[in-house]
Write a protein that binds this ligand. Structure first.
Ligand SMILES: [Zn+2]
Length: 55
């Protein structure tokens, strides 16, 4: 078992470059501040988002 490739940390420690993407819920463009962010802030604040639609 060689862990030589796993010893170096993945790039997750790096600061995530903010990217523009389209919101999954309203399709409007927004800037995601982390890789898993797929919906805009306004949609996140809606109850629909909390229901788990984007799961
Ligand atoms: Zn949205």
């Amino acid at each position: 078992m060689s862990d030589s490739t796993k010893n170096s940390k993945p790039k997750s420690d790096r600061a995530y470059e903010k990217k523009r993407r389209n919101c999954l819920m309203c399709s409007s463009e927004f800037v995601s501040s982390w890789p898993g962010e797929r919906v805009c802030q306004s949609c996140k604040s809606t109850s629909a988002w909390r229901e788990g639609i984007a799961a």
